[in-house]
Design a protein around this ligand. Sequence first.
Ligand SMILES: *[C@@H]1O[C@H](CO)[C@@H](O)[C@H](O)[C@H]1NC(C)=O
Ligand SMILES: *[C@@H]1O[C@H](CO)[C@@H](O)[C@H](O)[C@H]1NC(C)=O
Ligand SMILES: *[C@@H]1O[C@H](CO)[C@@H](O)[C@H](O)[C@H]1NC(C)=O
Length: 219
Amino acid sequence: MKLVLKALSFATVFLTAKASICNKFEDFLNETNDLLHLGCEDDASSLYFRTSNEVLLRVNDFPEIESFRSSLRYLEFREADVNQDIVDLICSFKNLQELVMQECDFDKNINWSCFENFKDLTHINIWDYGVNKMNQFPDAFYSLTSLKSLHIQAQNIPSLSDKIKNLKNLTTLLLDDNSIQEIPKGFCELKNLKKIDLTSNEIRELPDFINKLINLEIL
Ligand SMILES: *[C@@H]1O[C@H](CO)[C@@H](O)[C@H](O)[C@H]1NC(C)=O
Ligand SMILES: *[C@@H]1O[C@H](CO)[C@@H](O)[C@H](O)[C@H]1NC(C)=O
Ligand SMILES: *[C@@H]1O[C@H](CO)[C@@H](O)[C@H](O)[C@H]1NC(C)=O
């Protein structure tokens, strides 16, 4: 039986999680046909596996994630302390398509540059806030030309670069509840944008070119 890990979710995880990725995983795999959801909680000493028939199993220790490096498509962190090691871990899943970070704390000096290597990342959803919010839009995100949906909500992002125009495949851009003051001109090159949310920012006026985005449904 060949098993493909589709989703991995970490809740309230601290970095110790990374070091001890477990080996009891194989026993479990024998009995599971379709692993839909794998997560870990609290002190990261336990893992939760949610299978297709919604049975929640729990094993001590972590599975050997190594073999899933290339198959993982979905990764979720909840209430995690996001630091450089976590970001490096994310980048190690090279074929990731969807990244969700909910209610996370972000270290101040994270270098996100490894994100430039993602080729298939179509969805980033960072929402709800922890104590330490993101205080910059990561420059590497401007290289994610595969992105279709970008949601960074309730952080402390002060500005966007004109490089936003690189994200030509974006259909959804939700940046509500940040501290953005200006909409860069690059926006008018985002021809596929259908949905945009910039509410609860510090934007004083909407530039004319926004009207040129004919596909827009919501503003
Ligand atoms: C899983 O399969 C391996 C190899 O077939 C076997 O040695 C092991 O006992 C199995 N584990 C369980 C829990 O059935
Ligand atoms: C971020 O990391 C990359 C690759 O490791 C490195 O080349 C770059 O200089 C770093 N940027 C900063 C601001 O430290
Ligand atoms: C952008 O979207 C098109 C149509 O879905 C797709 O063919 C193309 O590969 C995408 N570009 C990138 C860089 O992923």
